[in-house]
Design a protein around this ligand. Structure first.
Ligand code: FE
Length: 576
């Protein structure tokens, strides 16, 4: 039975009408709901990583046979097919490196066609690989040399673009070449429908990891049958291991954190196992990627600046996933946009400079000014660490980025913002600058994939020492000089840093649980958001809201070409 800590409905009754699409009652002003479900101690914090010898984790293909097959979204008529040949090998300096080198001559070839067993088309692509080297570690007292050096040599990664695909068509494909050591089994995927097709469903997960909970999340995500899926950062949690493969997350229930290498260690074979775990889904449904802090994986030379940093950060991420950033004129795989179905999707980063004048900020201004809202009526942004969260952990961690970019997104009429990083679920009411605002985006945090770190249990407004974190510390991982309100303290605009009267007004629904989201665009004005918990049946969506655009309501937008994306948000309220 669910325990509701608080359940409050605030209804405006000045005007109401039946909505034809949703079958629900629309209110003239926002329908504001507040639901707060406490952490369920009986369910615990989560589970450990799946051992590499567990049947849930498919084995590495022998020799140079392809594995880790996955698709990446490119555009409505193109998809990238990626896979690995050879083994990823972790070794101590001085041992032979034979993994990617042995695979060098394997070809990047995909045979595909619209009939099973009759693959009449061929596409060729490119390869890449990487090696990591950790010569030391960093902790509170600085950089420490830590001989011997732990190295990793990746498999060879193949990326092949399949373009000019027919819409709503099922394709069959095999990767690799038999003469090179093996061709894969036949996989299948279905292409995007023609522009203007509704409904259009996107899966949303974040902070996935590779625990038994992660596996359940992927099974439920598959059952939701999205046309594509967004992973809003934190993929494998390979960096929860030291470079020699020792798990540094101490386990449950005490949740002891034993991570001396933080954040400079990483055990790269866990990237390989992760891609095998998700292959059955990722080989048939294209991923729209965004990264998180667990993809930073800087090399252990004591250097930890923001951004790509000359190739010393995000290397595993960008080597294994062909991030489709170039189509939107972005100079960096850390931020880009794509049109997917009826949505213009803007992928931003917390982990490179976001200040006005920075390349990311400049690119965002240009992207918002040039995209076509008539063609893609839905504007959805995402980045890993949320701006709005009422959980103690990471509270206001991204406050400086919010100050730098929130007005820009508000003025553009962004409908929805997706995030992860917080291992829980939370949906806001439409919000601007911590105030409920009918013209503001709804922010949804769904860092609930099920990783080894476990759930976050505590809300900022919960009584108890430390539940409201001290405000005067620099948010972790936050680059850039722009932050007028730093240092935060109770004498500036953050007076009342944490609310003391319960769930903040802007927080609509929060619950520490694992699960995934499904975002279904119903038509040009209606989108349905559904939060599906792992412990529930697929037919049960604990939180379910329609986002409804109402262009008549928000004047004075600076981009006159755009529709004014005002919306009423409806909720069925507390779950019974
Ligand atoms: Fe994170």
């Amino acid at each position: 039975m669910l325990l509701l800590a608080s359940a409050l409905l605030v209804l405006s009754t000045s005007w109401a009408a039946e909505d034809a699409v949703s079958g629900r009652t629309l209110q003239e002003t926002n329908f504001i709901s507040h639901t707060s479900i406490p952490w369920d101690a009986a369910r615990g914090l989560g589970s450990q990583d799946i051992p590499v010898d567990d049947p849930l984790l498919p084995k590495d293909e022998p020799g140079l046979a392809p594995d880790q097959v996955h698709l990446t979204f490119v555009n409505g008529t193109a998809v990238s097919v990626s896979w690995a040949t050879g083994d990823g090998v972790a070794f101590i300096f001085g041992r032979a490196n034979t993994s990617a080198a042995n695979a060098q001559n394997t070809q990047s070839v995909v045979q595909f066609g619209t009939k099973s067993g009759a693959l009449d088309r061929t596409a060729k692509g490119t390869t890449t690989s990487y090696a990591t080297s950790y010569t030391g570690f960093v902790n509170e007292t600085g950089y420490h040399n830590n001989n011997p050096t732990y190295n990793y040599s990746s498999p060879l990664f193949h990326h092949v673009l399949l373009s000019n695909l027919a819409p709503s068509t099922t394709y069959f494909y095999r990767v690799g070449e038999a003469n090179d050591g093996g061709q894969s089994q036949e996989f299948t995927f279905t292409t995007m429908p023609p522009p203007g097709t509704y409904p259009f469903a996107l899966g949303v997960v974040a902070d996935l990891g590779q625990t038994y909970n992660s596996s359940t999340t992927m099974q439920h995500l598959a059952a939701s049958e999205p046309l594509a899926w967004i992973l809003v950062g934190d993929f494998t949690y390979a960096d929860e291991y030291t470079t020699n493969g020792t798990l540094t997350w101490g386990g449950f229930p005490n949740n002891t954190y034993l991570r001396p290498f933080e954040p400079f260690g990483s055990f790269q074979p866990r990237w390989d196992s992760w891609f095998r775990l998700i292959q059955s889904f990722a080989s048939r449904v294209p991923l729209i990627p965004n990264h998180g802090n667990h993809e930073l994986e800087p090399q252990g030379d004591g250097h930890y600046a923001a951004g790509l940093d000359g190739g010393r950060q995000f290397t595993p991420y960008i080597s294994r996933i062909p991030v489709p950033y170039q189509g939107s004129g972005s100079p960096s795989p850390l931020y880009y946009s794509v049109d997917v179905g009826p949505a213009h999707l803007i992928q931003l980063t917390n982990y490179d400079d976001w200040a006005p004048g920075s390349p990311q900020h400049q690119w965002l201004v240009k992207d918002l000014a040039t995209y076509n809202r008539t063609k893609t009526p839905w504007l959805v942004a995402n980045w890993h660490a949320p701006w709005y969260s009422s959980y103690t952990k990471h509270y206001k961690e991204t406050e400086c980025m919010r100050q730098a970019m929130e007005d820009l997104l508000y003025d553009a009429g962004v409908d929805l913002v997706l995030a992860g990083h917080l291992h829980e679920y939370e949906r806001t009411n439409p919000v601007l600058d911590y105030k409920v605002d009918a013209c503001g985006p709804v922010h949804i945090t769904v860092g609930a994939g099920g990783n080894v770190e476990g759930l976050y249990q505590t809300f900022i407004d919960q009584p108890g020492p430390g539940n409201c974190p001290p405000p005067d510390t620099l948010p972790f991982y936050q680059p850039g000089p722009y932050c007028p309100s730093f240092p935060f303290n109770t004498s500036n605009q953050f007076a009342g840093y944490c609310p003391t009267t319960g769930q903040p007004d802007w927080s609509a629904f929060r619950e520490p649980a694992f699960g995934h989201g499904l975002l279904t665009f119903v038509n040009n004005t209606h989108a349905l958001w559904q939060w599906n918990r792992n412990q529930d049946d697929q037919s049960v969506n604990l939180d379910e809201v329609y986002l409804i655009q109402n262009p008549a309501r928000c004047p004075n937008q600076p981009y006159p070409r755009m529709l004014n994306a005002t919306r009423n948000v409806m909720s069925r309220g507390p779950y019974k």
